[in-house]
Design a protein around this ligand. Sequence first.
Ligand code: FAD
Ligand code: NAP
Ligand code: SF4
Length: 674
Amino acid sequence: MTSPFPHLLAPLDLGFTTLRNRVIMGSMHTGLEDRFYHYGKLAAFYRERARGGVGLIVTGGISPNREGWLLPFGGTMNFAGDVFNHRKVTRAVHEEGGKIVMQILHAGRYGYQPLVVSASTKKSPISPFKPRALSGRGIERTIAAYARCAALAQAAGYDGVEVMGSEGYLLNQFLCARTNTRTDAWGGGIEGRMRLAVDIVKRIRARVGPQFIIMYRHSLLDLVEGGNTWDEVVAVARALEAAGVTILNSGYGWHEARIPTIVTSVPRAAFASLAGRLRQQVGIPVVASNRINMPHDAEALLAGGDCDLVSMARPFLADADFVNKAAAGRADEINTCIGCNQACLDHTFANQRASCLVNPRACHETELVYAKAKQAKKVAVVGAGPAGLSAATVAAECGHDVTLFDSAASIGGQFKIAMQIPGKEEFAETLRYFGRKIATTGVKLVLGRRVTAAELQGFDHVIVATGIQVRMPAIAGIDHPKVLSYLDVLERHAPVGDKVAIIGAGGIGFDVGEYLLHDEDAVLPMPLEAWTREWGVDLSVSSPGGLTTPLPVTPRRKLWLLQRKTTRPGAGLGKTSGWVHRATLLRGGVTMLAGVQYDRIDDAGLHITVGGQAQLLDVDNVIICAGQDSLAELMPPEGTRGGPTFHKIGGAALAAELDAKRAIREGAELAARL
Ligand code: FAD
Ligand code: NAP
Ligand code: SF4
């Protein structure tokens, strides 16, 4: 049989070792690497990915010393005793035929701890701690720490190390004039600024010998003022190659950059052309990364000569079996990462264990187990939104006889509505995945009619996943014809005028705002050229950091986004993606008002009071995005005896602070214990 992805699945001979395919699982901090007692769980996490066919795994960042900690007492490899925990990880991966390198990450001024150091004393805008500028002796000690760390990684059984040189961490801080203002031998022109990175690689190579992978994650596009130009990027890459690097990985954007690089609205493989350009300049394998989430995209990059390997990180939280499914011609069964960041990066930044919105087992492999049930039960799931889809497919995977009902004509619930929002097109992949999973697990799907309580009597278990109903606030004039709910706009496509007030500035209020800023005939998902224009990205990197003047599109409508709270609108959005939504609406000229009292709605518009001042918003429509209430009318009255056992999950159980992450997790957890 011919391979469905011949370039992706081709082995790569590195001279002293061979990778079984071109797929790298990129580094992710899971939160399990910081405590010795979590290494069993970490090993189980990596074991599943190695069993799933990944060619090369990169661990989360491990610091070479205390100064390099991202968080106090973060994972460190600086003495022989550290080796034992890591052996659990390397053994697990090797037993499954995989290879694994340990990432050495020195956070520099991004550390959330008081010991932070950098090239200079310039504080980062995203950490409260002012760094100390490393002295010449401090730099020598840092180089020695990297070499010691790599040697310990070798002793722990790793196949190599990845030196983290991008995303604005310590080595990036030395590489760029933005932070490197030194006048000694470690600063000045690019020769001096690159010296730390190059010396580290030389010292590691001398310590570990020739038969050990040294991958270097190089920043090809800094996306900050004072970043490097393309000529400087190439000069560094060539020097790193000469110093002994085996593979050049690519990184894009410092963490403090105000241009998104991985959220779902970034076009797929947006930066891969830069890896292609670099590949022409060096003789070692180059890796493409960022927003590559499906095998056909990865295959196209390899076939087109943009790279030798493809790194995907979050896609392996979403699906451990990604490579095996691709190899078996079952790419349509892949649970695709939708770039939401809700359970991975948002957790990491909140100092919680990472997981995945679409796969709650990620990083919980030993705790959430989909084992075959001892006794198959007859299970009805009512509602095919995220909660019901998750419950039905996991229950069927565990061997139960499952029927899934929904009154709509297709699966998806509110998620189907969400995927119409510009920049959320990836959400369609989740529904494609669940659609296939329903077919492969044998769930009986009944669509197009509301279920009655009588129909549910013959089941052992009934899972009520009927979601929510829109909350209409008690404002005078709420029945006025100019008032619409978000469902009227997004589901029923009611006509909307040119001037609009949105009541409620939660996730849905922001999404409705983005939807209404766009022309109805806008090309979505946004093509790459339009996206780079809108955000001011210069992919030629002729300007430092690859920044240019943003040219936003003219907004389709004038919008007001309102809330009663006095906090900043959008403060409750995701930590790593909320700023993108806020920036998009502000660029679109949206007026955001907090501390609003809604007085009445009439022919003139929406009457409000803000800070004691009465105002009239002369709008054509008022759109209600004021939260939701649970819909669980199928639940039997308390105290009912006999009949099926009833359960509630997702919005049906609790509408407050509901999102798809909770809905999918609750569905999976319930189904796994039926
Ligand atoms: P629902 O998705 O509401 O599904 C309930 C299902 O039950 C529906 O399909 C309904 O037809 C069916 N049903 C109801 N009653 C019956 C009955 N009697 N018989 C048969 N079927 C019935 N969440 C995120 O995590 N991230 C996001 O970025 C995000 N963006 C969003 C953007 C928008 C515009 C919207 C509207 C929502 C967004 N959400 C997002 C929220 C997310 O979609 C919901 O939290 C999630 O869908 C809730 O899942 P659920 O299964 O509990 O309910
Ligand atoms: P939400 O986030 O709870 O926001 C509801 C908004 O309505 C708030 O701004 C609230 O602000 C306002 N509100 C509440 N009661 C009101 C009332 N009686 N009168 C007037 N205003 C009222 O809920 P949502 O926007 O409906 O979103 C639902 C869920 O979907 C959320 O939990 C969210 O996590 C999820 N979601 C997530 C994303 C994402 O990008 N991650 C996107 C969309 C949705 P005030 O009380 O201050 O007025
Ligand atoms: Fe991808 Fe969202 Fe899962 Fe993170 S939580 S891995 S972004 S789908």
